[in-house]
Structure formats: structure tokens, C-alpha cells
Design a protein. Structure first.
Length: 327
């Protein structure tokens, strides 16, 4: 079996529920099902795009994969090791190989630390480099992400949003990880800067052989950068397939509605396309619908959808969907 066929990460039936407390004693009165029985694989060297509406659980999946949140249930197999079974010390040793790029470059960098201290923080925790080795490594990292290596003694407020995100990427690369979870890394940046950051991520992937989970709202950008795409709705994966398959031959009604909203640069084609408008709002993850999660907004929902949850299954080769009516 070649490396491409061996998953670097395998997520099995992952659940993350957040408790809701109330009353004088703050007892648990319910739970928010942020991630509810999610399964997928991420292969060596690929980019898996994770898309869906705000509040569907994308970021929670990314954080729970790295055990920044403790999973409620399920398994996270990273390169053959079940992360959910590891104690603190063993998890810390594995953490070197998994990093995250956060959404907001303004909030994810400590304003009181210099760029050198921020990028060097993972080296302080996980290595025993001498001062000279660490300084050289930090300068190399800044150079890799396209920043002047002499910026080590500057502070985050002296940089633009795109430059700050590059600092975040340099920090994520410090320990030469195998997997990087990119949590909407371009959503707070100007459009011109977004392309620069995405191009940088692609160059680094080719050069170092990185594996990405790319969480985003921008469907055209996800199509550009991803090899495969998983579509989430209300804590569950609705569909997963190769990027072109998802865009051209989507099977799930929710995915079809999402794809119909992607802008087309050709006005004539845009006029011919049928836009699918979904009625209503996303139900609350505190009280998801019985049966299929999407039944309250689905244009093809029938009686069965309101009583029986559809199985998430491989409908055709490498194309998974959770719907009663896709064949």
C-alpha cells in the first residue's frame, strides 16, 4: 500500500457535546451537539476542505482533532496512534506533529511578545535548542513565509493582517509538523492578501509535504486549494468527495444548494444556472431535529426523513453522502 492510500488521520464517530448548565447549582440541563458522529480520513500530503454554514461545527472538529477540546466520544487515529487514549505526556510528544493556524491573526498573537518570541514559543516547549540555534531557526522560518528575518524584535501591532497571518504560519511550521489544521486562515484578510496566503500554503505543502485540513466559508477558495471536500451541516457531515465531484456532481440536496450559490464569472452561464434557495434557518444544535438533521429545510424531504436518520455511506467509489434518496 503506498503512502497516499494510508491515512495520516482517521476520525471515527467523533462527538463533541458542550454541556448547558442552569439553576442555582449550575446543574447540567442540556447539551449543545456541536459535533455529532463525524467520520473521515485525511491522507498524507493532501488538503481536505471542510465547509458549511456558520455554527455547523467545522472549527470544533478541527480543535477536537488536535485535542484542544476533549472529545465526548469517538476516536482520532493519528499515524496509527489513538490520540483519545493518550495521557498528557504522550499527547505532548505527539503535539509536535500537529499544529493549527487560527482564524483571527489579530487575536491569535500576543501583543506583548515580539515576533521572535511568538515564533520561537513552540521551540522553547518542545526542543532544547541553544540561543543561537533558536535565533537562526526563527530567522529561517520568517524567511520561509516571506517576511524579513530582521523583524524578530518587532511586535504584532507593527504588521498588517496578512503579515500577522504569516507570523502565525511560521509559528505553526516551527516544529516541522505533518498535519496543520487551518481554521479559516484567510477569512479576516483583504481579498488581495487572501490569494497571497493561500499561495504560500500551497508552496509550503509542495516543498515540505504538509497535510492540511482547510476550514473555510469561501467555496471557490476551497475548491482551489483542496483535493477532497467534506460538507458539514448542524454537526454532521452531509457529503464528502473529490473537489470536482462535489462541485459538478453533488448528490446531497444541501450540497447542491451550497454549490448553486458559488459565483460564476461568466454572466451568460450565471443566468442559465438554477439557484436553490433554502427556506428557514438552521435549527439549534441544542435541539436538533429528529431523523435527518436537514429535514426542516430540505426541498425533497419525505415522511421517512422526519423519523429515520440517514446512514452516512459510500454511495459510489470515494463519494460519501448521508441522504435516504441518493443512489
Amino acid at each position: 500500500m503506498n503512502e497516499k492510500q494510508t491515512p495520516l488521520v482517521e476520525v471515527r464517530h467523533l462527538k463533541k457535546y458542550f454541556p448547558i448548565t442552569g439553576g442555582f447549582l449550575q446543574r447540567k440541563v442540556g447539551e449543545v451537539k456541536a459535533v455529532d458522529d463525524v467520520s473521515f480520513q485525511v491522507f498524507h500530503g493532501e488538503t481536505l476542505g471542510l465547509v458549511g454554514e456558520t455554527g455547523c461545527g467545522k472549527t470544533t472538529v478541527g480543535r477536537t482533532m488536535l485535542r484542544l477540546y476533549e472529545p465526548t466520544d469517538g476516536k482520532i487515529i493519528f499515524d496509527g496512534t489513538d490520540l483519545t487514549s493518550l495521557g498528557e505526556e504522550a499527547l505532548r510528544n505527539n503535539r509536535k506533529r500537529m499544529q493549527m493556524i487560527f482564524q483571527d491573526p489579530y487575536a491569535s498573537l500576543n501583543p506583548r511578545m515580539t515576533v521572535g518570541s511568538i515564533v520561537g514559543a513552540p521551540l522553547d516547549v518542545h526542543t532544547r535548542m541553544s540561543g543561537k540555534e533558536k535565533y537562526d531557526r526563527i530567522q529561517d522560518l520568517l524567511d520561509i513565509v516571506g517576511l524579513n528575518p530582521d523583524f524578530v524584535n518587532r511586535y504584532p501591532h507593527e504588521f498588517s493582517g496578512g503579515q500577522r497571518q504569516r507570523i502565525g504560519i511560521a509559528r505553526a511550521l516551527a516544529l516541522e509538523p505533518d498535519l496543520i489544521v487551518c481554521d479559516e486562515p484567510i477569512s479576516s484578510l483583504d481579498v488581495s492578501i487572501q490569494a497571497q496566503v493561500v499561495n504560500l500554503l500551497e508552496e509550503l505543502q509542495k516543498k515540505i509535504g504538509l497535510t492540511y485540513v482547510f476550514i473555510a466559508h469561501d467555496l471557490s477558495m476551497v475548491r482551489h486549494i483542496s483535493n477532497r471536500i467534506a460538507v458539514m451541516y448542524l454537526g454532521k457531515i452531509m457529503e464528502l468527495a473529490d473537489r470536482d465531484e462535489i462541485y459538478l456532481n453533488s448528490l446531497h440536496p444541501y450540497t447542491q444548494a451550497l454549490m448553486s450559490a458559488v459565483p460564476i464569472p461568466d454572466p451568460d452561464l450565471a443566468l442559465e444556472r438554477h439557484r436553490i434557495i433554502l427556506d428557514g434557518d438552521i435549527p439549534s444544535p441544542k435541539n436538533p431535529p429528529k431523523g435527518c438533521n436537514f429535514n426542516t429545510r430540505c426541498p425533497i424531504a419525505k415522511e421517512r426523513c422526519f423519523v429515520e436518520e440517514p446512514a452516512y455511506r459510500e454511495v459510489k467509489e470515494n463519494h460519501w453522502a448521508a441522504c435516504h434518496f441518493v443512489e
